[in-house]
Design a protein around this ligand. Structure first.
Ligand SMILES: Cc1cc2nc3c(=O)[nH]c(=O)nc-3n(C[C@H](O)[C@H](O)[C@H](O)COP(=O)(O)OP(=O)(O)OC[C@H]3O[C@@H](n4cnc5c(N)ncnc54)[C@H](O)[C@@H]3O)c2cc1C
Length: 387
């Protein structure tokens, strides 16, 4: 890193990123660039996550292409006393991106050695499973497209192909496979840049505790740049998409059996889809949903994946047409056109098209256990039981 000019050290010392004026942020931008050297470039940009629930008018952004460029960014931010966060595809709905005037390391341009973003690991004699080395900024869809060429698939991540592996590991994202761990459970080796700008490497054999922590770190344990993951052989599966009344889901045994008896289950609900024509007219006239509407009659889409040898029969109660007033009508219409049952490669049924998913309007939390005492105690019990 370049020796910091004294004027920049003062500017950083006096900076309050939450309150700084744009003129001050522009000075800090110049200073960060001085600290970093010619690359990567420091940008000053607005930030918003996918849902627009987290927005900052200004953050400093770098787009490193190598681990060394990440190190330079982290060291520069540290010299200036600024918090640094990696940003994947910003699909997390919560405040996990540092804040206004902080440094964002955008992972989209990062590559492994030789410019590649995904490298199949050679099969080594005696090795139980196949694995792949990826840059943390690779998206799940990108990874699976690449793996499909070699006859492999990475299945445990979230339902959207846009999430990056680094981002999904950080939030412990998972798919609807009941018997699978979250995505980090498949991580066997990690390289990251720590808060001092040093490169650290951890692997499953010698750093088991650290690897556990890295399975849900919310971006607080460094900037992951290289991740090794176990992958599985491509497999043909039965993919079933059936509709059932919401009422059925009120029964705990229905849900329990559905989840335990199938390898993968998830559900989508477009509310108000059972409104009658008369009720629909009333909504149009009054703007209110009439009391006669019964949410239990609304239909829920259940998506189920099983091995081809375990195809199960489900009653499909899809209606012939969509009522006029349906929350997210376009998505419900699209769902009605899905085939009830198809055999496909696992890769081809893993992700949903994000365009069909409505953005979140608002979020509300009820913290029943605000200091996590009961939750921690419960986990302690589980931990003891499984020791
Ligand atoms: C429509 C939709 C559907 C979803 N479906 C599911 C689902 O089925 N299952 C599920 O579990 N989740 C689901 N999610 C949530 C999503 O999987 C997570 O929010 C995931 O973290 C998004 O990945 P990202 O690349 O956008 O990460 P970001 O949102 O960019 O980042 C998330 C966190 O990870 C940190 N981070 C990112 N990259 C790195 C890195 N390289 N090193 C260190 N820290 C890093 C960031 O600082 C941040 O704190 C869904 C989200 C949306 C919008």
């Amino acid at each position: 890193m370049v020796s910091p000019p004294i004027s920049c050290l003062y500017a950083c010392l006096l900076l309050n990123p939450d309150l700084a004026k744009i003129s001050q942020l522009l000075v800090i931008q110049t200073c960060l660039q001085e600290f970093i050297g010619p690359s990567p470039t420091v940008l000053l940009e607005p930030f918003s996550n996918w849902q627009d629930l987290v927005t900052y008018d200004h953050v400093f952004v770098t787009k490193p292409r190598t681990a060394e460029e990440i190190q330079r960014t982290v060291s520069a931010a540290s010299t200036c006393g600024l918090q640094v966060r990696a940003v994947g595809s910003a699909h997390t709905a919560d405040q996990v991106f540092g804040g206004r005037g902080r440094v964002h390391i955008n992972m989209s341009e990062l590559a492994l050695g030789g410019g590649k973003r995904v490298i199949m690991q050679p099969e080594i004699a005696g090795k139980r499973v196949a694995s792949v080395k990826v840059t943390a900024g690779v998206t799940q869809a990108e990874l699976n497209n690449e793996l499909a060429k070699y006859g492999f698939v990475f299945h445990p991540g979230p339902l959207i192909g846009e999430a990056t592996i680094g981002g999904a590991v950080a939030t412990s994202a998972h798919n609807g496979f009941y018997h699978e761990p979250s995505i980090g459970g498949y991580m066997t080796r990690v390289k990251l840049v720590d808060g001092r700008g040093n490169i650290r490497e951890f692997n499953q054999n010698s750093d088991a505790n650290m690897m556990k922590a890295l399975r849900c770190h919310l971006g607080l344990l460094g900037i992951l740049f290289e991740i090794e993951l176990e992958v599985i052989q491509q497999v043909a599966v039965n993919f079933q998409q059936v509709f059932t009344p919401l009422r059925n889901l009120f029964s705990p045994t229905f849900l329990r059996d559905l989840i335990l008896e199938n390898e993968f289950v998830d559900m989508f609900y477009a509310p108000y889809n059972s409104l009658t024509e008369k009720e629909t007219k009333e909504v149009t006239l009054t703007g209110r949903v009439p009391k006669s509407w019964d949410s239990g009659n609304d239909l829920v889409l259940i998506r189920i994946i099983n091995q081809t040898s375990a195809k199960r029969n489900f009653e499909d109660e899809r209606p012939p047409s969509v009522p006029q007033i349906t929350y997210n009508k376009a998505a419900f219409e699209a769902q009605l056109s899905y085939p009830v049952s198809v055999v496909k490669n696992l890769t081809d049924v893993l992700f949903l098209n994000i365009l069909g998913i409505p953005a979140v309007d608002s979020m509300e939390y009820v913290m029943v256990d605000p200091n996590f005492t009961n939750g921690a105690a419960a986990m302690q019990v589980r931990y003891t039981v499984f020791q």
